[in-house]
Design a protein around this ligand. Structure first.
Ligand SMILES: [Mg+2]
Length: 306
C-alpha cells in the first residue's frame, strides 16, 4: 500500500520540531512566512538529488540519502558564511515506493536541517514515472554585505581547506569494486566554520564537485590561477592523493585568505590546512607542485554532461 500525499504532509507537519524565530508560518499555508533581521541578506540555494545519478538505493539507506541531500544545500550556505534558516523539499517518487523509505528520507532532511537551526517549511510531493527525484531549496541569512563570494581571491593570497579530503571518493571506489556494501561516510556541512571565516576569507566555496573543479571555480570567478602543494593536501586515512584532488561530495570549505595573517590551523574546532597560493592568471587555472616540479592539474572533478 502506498502513502497518500495528504497523509504524508500531515505526518511531516506533525514531526516538525519547534519553529525557529525566523519562521512565522511553516508547513500548512500557501507560502511559508519567514523573517530575518533587518541588517541581514537572504541566501538561496537549490540542489537536485536523482536516484541513479546522485545516489543508488542499494548503496544507501533512505535516511542516509536524505542526510546527503540536505547537506549539499546546507554546505552552500556554509560556503557563503551564512546561517541556515529554512528548507523546502520537493519529492517525486514512483507509485509503490515503500512508505518507510519516504518517511525515513523526509525525517533525515527535517532532522538534519533542524540540527543546524533550520526548519522544513514546505515543499511539494508528486508521483513520478520511474525513479525518485528530490529537489531541496535551502534558505540562509548573512549580515548585509558580508557573504563570502567566489570572486574575492587576490594574487598572493594563501589557499586553505578545512578537514581532510578523499574519504567519499575512496568509499565510492570500494562500493563499485564490491569491496564494501553500504555508504558509511556522512559528510557534515561546515556551518560554524563558514561563519567564523567571514572575517578571514577573501573567497570561499564548498567542495561538492572535487577540489580541482571547485578551486578552478574560484580562479575563474576571481580572474586568477592557483598553485597547490601536493605534500600539503590533507588526504584522509584510506584515501589516495587523487581521491583528495578530484573526489566530490566532501563538503569541506576551500578558501583564500591574506598570506601574511596569523597562522591558521583551526577554525571553529575544525583543522585547517594551508595547501597552496593564488597566482597571477595564466593559461591554466590550477597547477600542482609534486616532487619539486610544477605541472598543470587537470580539472577532473564531477561534472554533469548533457
Ligand atoms: Mg557549493
Amino acid at each position: 500500500m502506498g502513502i497518500a500525499e495528504r497523509a504524508l504532509i500531515a505526518e511531516i507537519r506533525k514531526r516538525t520540531g519547534s519553529r525557529s524565530a525566523a519562521v512565522r508560518v511553516g508547513i500548512g499555508d500557501d507560502c511559508a512566512v519567514l523573517s530575518v533581521a533587518a541588517d541581514e541578506e537572504i541566501l538561496v540555494t537549490t540542489d537536485m538529488c536523482l536516484e541513479g545519478i546522485h545516489f543508488l538505493g542499494e548503496w544507501q539507506t533512505a535516511y542516509s540519502v536524505g542526510q546527503w541531500c540536505v547537506t549539499r544545500g546546507l554546505s552552500d550556505i556554509a560556503a557563503m558564511g551564512g546561517r541556515p534558516v529554512a528548507v523546502f523539499l520537493s519529492l517525486a517518487c514512483p507509485e509503490g515506493t515503500e512508505p518507510v523509505w519516504i518517511r525515513d528520507f523526509v525525517d533525515a532532511v527535517r532532522s538534519v536541517a533542524e540540527s543546524y537551526g533550520a526548519n522544513l517549511c514546505g515543499g511539494d510531493t508528486a508521483a513520478s514515472v520511474s525513479s525518485i527525484a528530490a529537489d531541496i531549496v535551502v534558505l540562509g541569512a548573512v549580515p548585509r554585505g558580508q557573504a563570502v563570494l567566489r570572486r574575492g581571491a587576490k594574487i598572493g593570497d594563501a589557499l586553505f581547506v578545512t578537514g581532510k579530503l578523499g574519504t567519499s571518493q575512496a568509499e565510492l571506489a570500494m562500493l563499485k569494486a564490491g569491496e564494501c556494501e553500504e555508504r558509511r561516510f556522512m559528510p557534515k556541512p561546515q556551518i560554524e566554520a563558514g561563519q567564523k571565516l567571514r572575517s578571514i576569507a577573501t573567497a570561499m566555496i564548498d567542495i561538492s564537485d572535487g577540489l580541482s573543479t571547485d578551486l578552478a571555480q574560484i580562479c575563474e570567478e576571481s580572474g586568477v590561477s592557483a598553485i597547490l602543494d601536493a605534500d600539503a593536501i590533507p588526504v584522509a586515512k584510506g584515501a589516495q592523493l587523487a581521491d583528495a584532488l578530484h573526489g566530490g561530495d566532501e563538503y569541506q570549505l576551500l578558501f583564500t585568505a591574506r598570506a601574511e595573517g596569523k597562522v591558521l590551523t583551526r577554525v571553529a574546532g575544525v583543522p585547517v590546512s594551508r595547501i597552496g597560493a593564488i597566482r597571477r592568471k595564466s593559461k591554466h587555472a590550477v597547477y600542482l607542485i609534486e616532487d619539486g616540479r610544477s605541472r598543470v592539474l587537470e580539472v577532473a572533478g564531477w561534472q554533469h554532461r548533457f
